[in-house]
Design a protein around this ligand. Structure first.
Ligand SMILES: [Zn+2]
Length: 196
């Protein structure tokens, strides 16, 4: 009888261990496939390595190309720490934290760093992402774009065309008529109500 009980316990223990393993192995499969999905193709890896070598130089020349070109000390003096982080260090404000996310008054959104007009309230829409979103800039000449390689998936960074300040990114999942979504940090914008 004692032997049978021990055998039963062993069987139950074994069952418990195996059934307990199942979710773990499922998780590790999922992690594996996630890892697989993030693995770059050889060509992409080579392209990324080449990009990395010239990235720093590109960043520097990118900054010098804009009409308003202040020194780092001047920008620090002109901007709040939060503005400096987004506009000069390409930071991103926390989703749903910015003052213009749910803002729908008529007017123009200017660059917070240099007052250059960037977006009209007429092209603003609720993207539900937590950041103010527009389907087009006030004029194509008022913004500039560049490739952003900070994440594995390449994104298109959007700058103010006057001072080069980082505004956010543009994605191809916006509404009609452009199909674009300019995802912009509130802190990089300064709203001017219509008629002011
Ligand atoms: Zn600007």
């Amino acid at each position: 009888m004692k032997t049978r009980v021990i055998k039963l316990c062993t069987a139950l223990l074994a069952f418990g261990v195996f059934s307990g393993c199942s979710p773990t192995s499922a998780t590790s499969d999922t992690q594996q496939s996630r890892r697989g999905a993030l693995t770059l193709s050889p060509n992409a890896a080579v392209a990324q390595a080449n990009d990395a070598s010239s990235r720093q130089a590109a960043e520097q020349s990118k900054r010098a190309e804009f009409p308003l070109n202040l020194s780092d000390a001047q920008w620090r003096q002109r901007l709040t720490p939060a503005q400096y982080h987004v506009l000069r260090e390409e930071g991103t404000e926390r989703a749903f934290s910015g003052e213009y996310d749910k803002h729908d008054e008529p007017g123009v959104y200017n660059c917070a760093a240099c007052d250059h007009p960037l977006f009209s309230s007429q092209t603003k829409f609720d993207s539900r992402t937590g950041w103010p979103s527009f389907y087009q800039p006030i004029s194509a000449d008022n913004i500039a774009t560049s490739a952003d390689h900070k994440l594995r998936s390449k994104r298109t960074e959007v700058h103010c065309a006057n001072c080069g300040g980082h505004l956010g990114h543009v994605f191809r999942d916006g509404p009609k008529p452009t199909g674009l979504r300019y995802c912009v940090n509130s802190v990089a914008l300064k709203f001017e109500a219509a008629g002011e």
